[in-house]
Design a protein. Structure first.
Length: 361
């Protein structure tokens, strides 16, 4: 099997990218700095499995995992996590990886969080800037009354193990909040887009909170008051330097406009209406400007919206036991029958047939 990725100062196969270090390069869609995934090797060793053969079988070079700033595609990460679950017989392997992660696993963005003034500033820094290091998971922060909801959505989830990626991201985020708020911190509830595991105790033990499985999103709920906690040891000068550096990286981004729209829709489609006018307003551009820029990428707004709906539907059908009516409602359909017709147009089969086929392996 050939490797998807080679070492730093070389090329990512299939991309006409100059030979530069990944640490100074803005990610294309579908790629991720190792970050949290660097903990895959230690998690395998903890379970008595040599990581090198598993990593090679996923089409990757084990030396990649020596440096958290190295880059891999989401498809390779999904293959690797699927193999890890199979080789360890551990259905919550992603949770174990996320448990080992620290705030520094989030790279430059994690350092900015450490030096933010308050927790809400830190989380907003993560939401605004994670895309310089991760074009796989999309974070979001919502506040309603006395409750805050921090969520992750995995997009481009045609690859494997979206549930394992979500588990790891949420587990790592809880670690981060414990660094910012104190080691005794715990969420009010945790929501995960995966079927109820045979043994849910590892989840409860790490989160120290009720865990709701079969949910439409991966999220952490906690009191709004925690957002106002001031971060001990934050250095305003370092914060300014990090903000400047991240701003330079974002300013040099060559990501496609259509992919930015996909990321935005992935966090919003299941929670609120997202008409083209709504999205244009969020981006502070005219509706016609949105259409023109998307036309330049070869896709219209309706096509991208349906693509993301199909992506979310597949993820919920494959990784959870959420009823079809609930999936339909989450995607904005007034009736399950309308969702079924749309899904058949996208895939050629009904949602029930898709879920049944997936469960049979």
């Amino acid at each position: 099997m050939t490797n998807d990725i080679v070492l730093p100062s070389t090329r990512i196969r299939g991309l006409n990218t100059p030979s530069i270090s990944p640490a100074g390069w803005t990610l294309p869609p579908g790629y991720i700095h190792l970050g949290i995934a660097k903990e895959i090797g230690p998690a395998l060793r903890e379970l008595g499995v040599d990581p090198d053969p598993v990593i090679r079988d996923a089409g990757l070079d084990p030396r990649l995992f020596d440096d958290a700033t190295n880059v891999i595609p989401q498809a390779a990460l999904g293959r690797l996590l699927t193999l890890c679950v199979a080789r360890t017989n551990c259905p919550h392997f992603g949770l174990l990886v996320g448990k080992r992660a620290s705030i520094l696993s989030f790279g430059m963005v994690g350092r900015l969080m450490q030096h933010s003034e308050t927790v809400i500033n830190a989380l907003r820094a993560l939401v605004s800037n994670l895309s310089i290091q991760d074009r796989v998971a999309v974070p979001s922060l919502a506040i309603s009354g006395d409750m805050a909801l921090f969520s992750y959505a995995v997009y481009r989830s045609e690859s494997q193990s979206a549930d394992q990626i979500s588990d790891g991201a949420i587990a790592a985020s809880v670690n981060v909040l414990r660094v910012l708020c104190g080691s005794a911190w715990h969420p009010t509830e945790v929501f995960l887009p995966r079927a109820i595991p045979v043994d849910s105790e590892p989840f409860r033990r790490h989160f120290r909170a009720p865990v709701r499985f079969n949910h439409e999103m991966a999220a952490i709920a906690f009191p709004t008051r925690d957002l106002h906690v001031r971060i001990s040891g934050a250095d305003p000068m370092l914060r300014a330097m990090l903000e400047e550096r991240i701003g330079q990286l974002k300013g040099g981004s060559g990501s496609e406009f259509s992919d930015d729209i996909r990321r935005l829709l992935r966090t919003r489609l299941t929670s609120r209406r997202c008409s083209a006018d709504d999205v244009a307003g969020l981006l502070a551009i005219h509706r016609r400007t949105l259409s023109r820029r998307l036309k330049g990428s070869g896709m219209g707004y309706r096509s991208i919206t349906n693509e993301i709906r199909f992506e979310i539907a597949r993820q919920l059908l494959e990784d959870t036991e959420v009823p079809l009516g609930q999936i339909a409602a989450a995607l904005g359909y007034s009736e399950a029958s309308a969702f079924t017709r749309a899904f058949r147009r996208w895939s050629g089969v009904t949602p029930t047939a898709w879920r049944t086929t997936d469960s049979l392996g």
